[in-house]
Design a protein around this ligand. Structure first.
Ligand SMILES: Cc1cc2nc3c(=O)[nH]c(=O)nc-3n(C[C@H](O)[C@H](O)[C@H](O)COP(=O)(O)OP(=O)(O)OC[C@H]3O[C@@H](n4cnc5c(N)ncnc54)[C@H](O)[C@@H]3O)c2cc1C
Length: 303
């Protein structure tokens, strides 16, 4: 029996919402991606655990979906069970500690903290996506990153089930965590913030960063943010621009004219267009500068 037939059979009568052949272009900020064989939208961490255990037991291939803001999904789609975390929306504060479900949007998290005079999350305000995706990527901007504020994570690990991982076990490095090595799923994160800050001051700090983004980044077009990681000692965007690649286009994918660090979808770009453009950029930057650009965007499929 094919894995998704087994899945459908076991999901009969389950309250978990399941979508069939759901276009991933509707779930990624790039607006690219073919259908996911099945997409489950669990409403609680308990339902996520159940799905993960079933998937582990029956060897169903999975993909965890946060905000889809760092994903480049194959045009042919993905033959996997996509588990969306949007239903994990718990968000509460106790003193200087915030607890947030994996599906909470970073913008909401930063605003929630600021309203309570808790500092340390202004950097996160303009990063699209969810708490889970941000922990997975150790997302960061303007000198801040998740590693600075995450105290512990409630995760599901294949060999331990639901467990609590302290910061030291999260393997944080630049745009990297233990989860990006393919191990486990973030269910919630506990953040330690700086208390006693003036909410109005935090708001204006965030507004200033928002404005900087608006001026420098091509937010008006679909993208997945920075296409490449920052190479040691350089900025990817500056290198790409110095090689004269701003505006370079393959099909509907283009090196942004506003910020060369972004590949944007000018309309109708396919995953193949983006990958071909990324390869061309990598090749020309390597030939001209000797620097190898490593993708930050995560390509998924075809399976
Ligand atoms: C306009 C724009 C600006 C951006 N600016 C920044 C920036 O300043 N700094 C920055 O770091 N990034 C930036 N990004 C990239 C992106 O927003 C981040 O990488 C973000 O953290 C991804 O989160 P997500 O929830 O969208 O993850 P997704 O794109 O849904 O997933 C990314 C990866 O994380 C995995 N994942 C997601 N949730 C979980 C979970 N709960 N448990 C385990 N694995 C999980 C997915 O399987 C996938 O492999 C930008 C993107 C855009 C579109």
């Amino acid at each position: 029996m094919l894995w998704y037939q087994d899945f459908d059979r076991r999901m009969q009568g389950s309250p978990i919402r399941v979508l069939q052949e759901e276009s991933m272009s509707a779930h990624t900020t790039f607006r690219i991606g073919g259908p996911a064989r099945r997409m489950a939208v669990p409403g609680s961490a308990e339902e996520v655990r159940l799905l993960l255990e079933l998937a582990e037991e029956h060897r169903w291939p999975t993909l965890i979906l946060g905000g889809g803001s760092n994903l480049l999904v194959s045009d042919q789609g993905i033959d996997r069970l996509v588990i969306a975390t949007a239903g994990l929306r718990e968000l509460c504060a106790e003193g200087e500690t915030l607890t947030a479900g994996a599906g909470v949007r970073l913008s909401r998290l930063a605003a929630f903290a600021a309203e309570r005079g808790l500092g340390g999350l202004s950097f996160a305000q303009g990063i699209p996506g969810t708490v889970g995706g941000a922990v997975f990527m150790n997302a960061g901007a303007y000198g801040g990153e998740m590693a600075q504020v995450v105290e512990r994570v409630t995760a599901w690990l294949p060999d331990r089930g639901v467990c609590t991982l302290p910061r030291e076990e999260l393997g944080f490095a630049y745009r990297h965590s233990r989860f990006s090595e393919g191990e486990g799923v973030v269910l919630a994160a506990e953040l330690r913030l700086e208390g006693g800050r003036d909410p109005a001051e935090l708001q204006s700090e965030m507004e200033e960063l928002r404005e900087r983004r608006r001026q420098r980044q091509p937010l008006e077009l679909p993208s997945a943010g920075s296409t490449f990681k920052r190479p040691v000692g350089h900025y990817a965007g500056t290198l790409i621009e110095s090689c004269g690649l701003k505006g370079l286009q393959v099909g509907g994918a283009q090196v942004s004219e506003k910020h060369a660090g972004f590949v944007v979808n000018r309309g109708g770009a396919s995953c193949a267009d983006v990958l071909a453009l990324m390869e061309e950029v990598q090749r020309r930057v390597y030939e001209e500068t000797g620097v190898r650009l490593e993708p930050e965007v995560r390509a998924v499929g075809p399976d």
